[in-house]
Design a protein around this ligand. Structure first.
Ligand code: G4P
Length: 543
């Protein structure tokens, strides 16, 4: 028994489960490939994700994926490195940006924020950052493309603070950039790592600064005087005026350690990875309706954060992605499905490596497993070996695209409702109902535009329903709580008050101005961007 516990403890402590958050084109695919290479995890680094259009023909997951040459689905990649077991949760980023991307972040224990040095903090990064901040998880920053001319490093740190409101601590500091990029000075080990675009990938050259660090003769001799002087100036400025290294603040997401590099040349990636595995947390206790659930003390439990339909078109099945939160998972085990109040057997769990699926025998906290879903799982469901608890509900996020939807052929209304309900369970879209005047209308909302196409396609292909979709000009949804205001007062020519699937009031707005105006007009009301904030409000209220 003692041995099992010790083994479980070791497995938990060596796990690092994280997601990369970035704006499209910052280099996420490139960085992921390089990270996987360090673990020797992938045979062909270029095949991680059906990259661009090259590989999509081999992916038969979804017809729409083939048609467009993009990855609608997302998966998990894992590798081991220096006795650590690392799980990278893939967060769809391009046109396939969706609520799945947000929900995947709830399954991560930390995030790596990847920034293009020339572009700085971009819109999609801001959105993803906000979700991470909401959860208070540690955020590591990798500033990429230093081999190209970009913004000044100090300017980038200021941007982190001004745009995202997070303080930073550079773990290393670049010397030059673009065609003058010389390398990075590692503040932890007081050494210079020299950049060479021509060198074989993975070969690293260090100049050790020893106790004197940047002041040492070795480092002085390694750089041209102008670069050396600039480095000394910068490093002393950081030492004096910068935020000190504070592991506790890092763990609470209040301070981000910053690394510089160039993913494409595999430079700075290993320097990053080596620090990351030391600083990033292993799976921690998670909130549930009966208090915090400890990964070591509680027998197997986990929750479903994503449901993927029809990955294999030969079977009309769905795959539910479960994040293991506590205890050891073993194939064939019987677990309690809290929402249904039923015992179920987990017979054929899948593990993911890019697009290959393997049957797994065991898994530990921090791991992600795929479960065949004959229609019994919903996003947010908890499975547990002992007891009947429920992990914290997953939030709904404010959609940015809206459309009124109905069946073209009224006779197919049964299939229409069945399809809509199932796709909502999967979390593909959100549904709202008008309720104030006339016949009820259904409005669907999605975080990414492509979700509408996928929705329309699947309603037709899987439920035989042809849709009439009329795009609506709304851009924001806010859950609203408070007294003294009628739903009519919340509706105007640029806003409408509707109800969500759980009968909560939601206001949809056409633009930021309309939203600000209404928020200012009714100070007694609270407006929430995610149902998570709403739930927090409710728990605080109850206390
Ligand atoms: P993403 O997944 O975040 O969307 O980005 P991806 O890795 O696909 O990279 C986007 C583009 O940026 C790619 O160029 C990639 O080669 C380039 N890139 C990534 N890291 C670096 C870097 O460190 N330095 C430089 N200079 N470029 C980098 P592309 O031309 O769009 O695609 P490809 O033809 O190279 O695949």
């Amino acid at each position: 028994m003692g041995n099992d516990r010790q083994q479980l403890k070791e497995q938990i402590e060596k796990r690092r489960t994280f997601a990369i958050i970035s704006h499209p084109d910052a280099g996420k695919t490139t960085l992921t490939e390089k990270l996987l290479l360090f673990g020797g995890a992938i045979r062909l680094a270029g095949s991680v994700k059906g990259r661009k259009a090259k590989k999509f023909a081999t992916s038969d997951w979804m017809e729409i994926e083939k048609q467009r040459g993009i990855s609608v689905t997302s998966s998990v990649m894992e590798f081991s490195y220096k006795n650590y077991q690392i799980n990278i949760l893939d967060t769809p980023g391009h046109q396939d940006f969706s609520e799945d991307t947000y929900r995947t972040l709830t399954a991560a224990d930390s995030a790596v924020m990847l920034i293009d040095a020339a572009k700085g903090v971009e819109p999609q990064t801001i959105k993803l950052f906000e979700v991470c901040r909401m959860r208070g998880i540690p955020i590591f920053t990798f500033i990429n493309k230093m081999d190209r001319q970009g913004k000044e490093p100090l300017e980038l740190l200021e941007e982190l603070e001004e745009v995202l409101g997070i303080r930073s601590h550079p773990m290393n500091w670049p010397v030059g950039m673009g065609s003058d990029f010389k390398g990075i000075y590692d503040r932890v080990h007081q050494r210079l790592e020299l950049f060479s675009a021509e060198e074989a990938e993975g070969k690293r050259t260090f100049v050790e600064g020893g106790e004197e660090g940047v002041e040492s003769a070795a480092i002085r001799d390694a750089l041209e005087p102008s670069f050396y002087e600039k480095l000394c100036e910068d490093v002393s400025l950081l030492d004096i005026a910068g935020d000190p290294f504070d592991p506790d603040k890092i763990l609470h997401g209040q301070l981000t350690p910053v690394f510089f590099g160039s993913a494409i040349t595999n430079f700075g990636v290993q320097a990053f990875l080596d620090e990351f595995i030391e600083l990033a947390p292993h799976p921690q206790p998670r909130k549930s309706n009966i208090g915090m659930i400890d990964p070591l003390e509680t027998p197997f439990s986990g929750y479903i954060f994503k449901i993927q339909a029809n990955m294999n078109p030969a079977h009309r099945d769905r795959l539910a992605f479960l994040r293991v939160c506590s205890g050891k998972f073993e194939r064939g085990m019987s677990v309690h499905h809290t929402r249904l109040g039923k015992q179920i057997k987990l017979a054929q769990p899948q593990q993911f490596m890019a697009q290959d699926r393997n049957i797994i025998e065991e898994a530990y906290p921090g791991d992600i497993i795929g479960l065949f879903d004959p229609g019994i799982f919903q996003i947010g469901d908890t499975l547990c070996m002992k007891g009947e608890f429920q992990y914290e509900k997953l939030p709904d996020f404010s959609p940015e695209f809206f459309a009124k939807v109905s069946a073209r052929n009224a006779l197919r209304h049964k299939q229409f409702h069945k399809g809509i309900n199932q796709l909502i369970e999967e979390g593909a879209i959100q549904l709202y109902r008008t309720f104030m005047h006339g016949a009820e209308e259904l409005i669907i909302g999605a975080v990414g535009e492509l979700q509408f196409e996928v929705f329309e396609y699947r309603m037709n292909a899987e439920y035989g329903v042809d849709l009439i979709m009329q795009r609506l000009p709304y851009q924001f949804a806010r859950w609203v709580v408070g007294d003294g205001v009628t739903p009519q007062q919340l509706s105007s020519s640029t806003s409408v008050c509707v109800k969500d699937g759980q009968d909560r009031l939601v206001v949809l707005f056409e633009n930021d101005f309309a939203m600000r105006w209404l928020i200012d007009k009714y100070p007694s009301l609270s407006f929430y961007k995610t149902s998570y904030e709403l739930m927090e409000h409710e728990t605080n209220h109850v206390k």
